[in-house]
Design a protein around this ligand. Structure first.
Ligand code: ZN
Ligand code: ZN
Ligand code: ZN
Length: 242
């Protein structure tokens, strides 16, 4: 839901620490001139302005939940010159076509501006390589939904997840830096709790871990105190070098 949560006046939502203002989760990956984005969060427009994004080479989706997808329309200014390659799993592709039907409409009157140009592509299970960077999907479970995390070199990004199947640990082998979703201390049916995320992080063997997709139960400073060494809460604008 991001924090502050609409209508909430809890201590975290009222916090003046900028790190307690959490927009919805996404990841920008930069390598020389290459820029790729994982998920267009609800706040994509504001995140793109904050980070000075002037071009994107491709967008990858983890899944189609509102908090990860609904910023899609705002890539429009970045698709003026060429259609944006957008990679997604099968279910996410069909959800994108349903929710953004106007983007794909061929009806007369729908020609011209007013919508982003998108080239929707199925995510190959072996991954894709763009300008020397390989992006490999990591199938994980988000409740009953099978969705994607992604591996990029020795970094893995797994947001909404409640179970990592054993075979996906082969894809994660050798990962050094892990960004993993942890909603809160209390258990949740479709997201790892903080303790579950810590256990998964240890299982991957990653040296450094950041928790993302955190809700308003705990402030950034409380999380820093409760987390073990080399596991930290992520925050808006966090930059990780790999
Ligand atoms: Zn709150
Ligand atoms: Zn989700
Ligand atoms: Zn989510």
């Amino acid at each position: 839901m991001g924090s502050p949560v609409v209508g909430c006046s809890c201590r975290v939502c009222r916090s003046r620490n900028p790190k307690d203002t959490r927009s919805r989760a996404s990841l920008l990956v930069k390598k020389r001139n290459l820029s790729i984005l994982i998920d267009t969060s609800t706040e994509f427009r504001l995140q793109a302005i904050r980070e000075g994004i002037t071009h994107l080479d491709a967008v990858f989706y983890t899944h189609s939940h509102a908090d990860h997808l609904h910023g899609l329309d705002d890539i429009r200014p970045l698709t003026k010159d060429h259609p944006m390659p957008v990679y997604a799993g099968e279910t996410t592709m069909s959800d994108i076509k349903k929710r953004f039907d106007y983007i794909f409409s061929t009806k007369p009157g729908h020609k011209g501006g007013g919508r982003p140009k998108i080239e929707l592509l199925p995510m190959p299970s072996e991954g894709v390589t763009i300008q020397g960077l390989s992006i490999v999907p990591v199938p994980v479970f988000h409740g009953d939904m099978r969705i994607y995390g992604y591996r990029l070199g020795d970094l893995a990004y797994i947001t909404d997840c409640s179970r990592i199947p054993e075979e996906s640990y082969n894809v994660l082998k050798g990962v050094n830096k892990l960004i993993i979703g942890a909603l809160r201390k209390r258990p949740h049916p479709t997201h790892f709790s903080i303790d579950e995320a810590i256990a998964e992080a240890k299982k991957t063997g990653a040296e450094y871990t950041w928790l993302t997709h955190l809700c308003h139960d705990h402030s950034h400073d409380e999380l820093l105190e409760m987390l073990p060494n080399k596991i930290e809460p992520a925050y808006d604008g966090l930059c990780i070098s790999v």
